[in-house]
Design a protein around this ligand. Structure first.
Ligand SMILES: [Zn+2]
Ligand SMILES: [Zn+2]
Length: 246
């Protein structure tokens, strides 16, 4: 007999206002940064599409590294990051559909809180030198795609996302449902990148994360996915899979 599947409570009170303020601040700073780039950078230069694509690729890679770290190491009872970071990742594997219940503020608030400061700093940066313009454009792509990662991940779980989102998923600009379903196959150790998904195949092909796991285990003795396996045992046969339920 397995335990009932857990979910994450919606934020209330001050925390909900904090998420909404962070999302508002991050989007406002991104809009200012975007407006400055459009008015101060010659977007016809050869390096513009390269820097922008590389920055979005960087956001996808970073999403994979954060996701792998949270999935693979640590325990859910660690101070602060246990409750705020690790528990949501653990619950997401055993009850993926719970993510679809989360509202916009809860889905995007914590990433917006982390992103708002760096985006505001980029928005205030002078754009006189070439390196400053490259940094501003790269930061726009990295932070813009990065702050939307949880939203893009939620869209990838929706059986029927909004039509423009479905289009962007189908043309490979955003992570799609089928590609993300690969991650949700036990033991949840592939396709960690959840922004565009562009890095997933190359990183899996070269065994990128397995290599780091072997090195970390050699140095620390820690076993990968140890905590995730505890959740597997706790919820057993009741674990839901979003890949086969539509
Ligand atoms: Zn995961
Ligand atoms: Zn997922």
């Amino acid at each position: 007999m397995s335990a009932p599947l857990p979910g994450i409570d919606a934020s209330t009170g001050a925390l909900r206002w904090l998420w909404l303020a962070a999302i508002g601040a991050a989007f406002a700073a991104l809009a200012v940064l975007g407006a400055r780039i459009v008015t101060r950078v010659d977007l016809g230069q050869w390096w513009v599409p390269l820097v922008f694509a590389a920055s979005v690729l960087g956001a996808d890679f970073a999403s994979g590294v954060v996701h792998w770290s949270a999935d693979t190491w640590g325990r859910d009872d660690l101070p602060v990051i246990g409750r705020r970071l690790l528990v949501p990742f653990r619950l997401h594997h055993v009850n993926p559909d719970d993510f679809l219940r989360r509202n916009f503020a809860d889905t995007n608030g914590d990433v917006a809180l982390l992103a708002a400061g760096p985006i505001a700093a980029l928005a205030m940066m002078p754009l006189d030198e070439a390196w400053q313009r490259v940094t501003a454009l790269g930061g726009f792509g990295l932070c813009g795609a990065g702050m939307l990662t949880n939203q893009i991940h939620q869209w990838a779980h929706m059986p029927s996302p909004p039509r423009p989102i479905r289009f962007l998923q189908n043309v490979g600009i955003l992570l799609g449902r089928d590609a993300h379903a690969t991650h949700h196959n036990r033991p949840y150790d592939a396709h960690y990148c959840i922004t565009t998904g562009w890095c997933n195949r190359p990183l899996d092909a070269i065994g990128f994360f397995r290599g780091f796991e072997r090195a970390i285990t050699r140095v620390t003795g820690a076993r990968p996915r140890h905590d995730d396996e505890r959740y597997e045992r706790r919820y057993g046969s009741g674990i839901a899979s979003f890949a086969t339920d539509d």
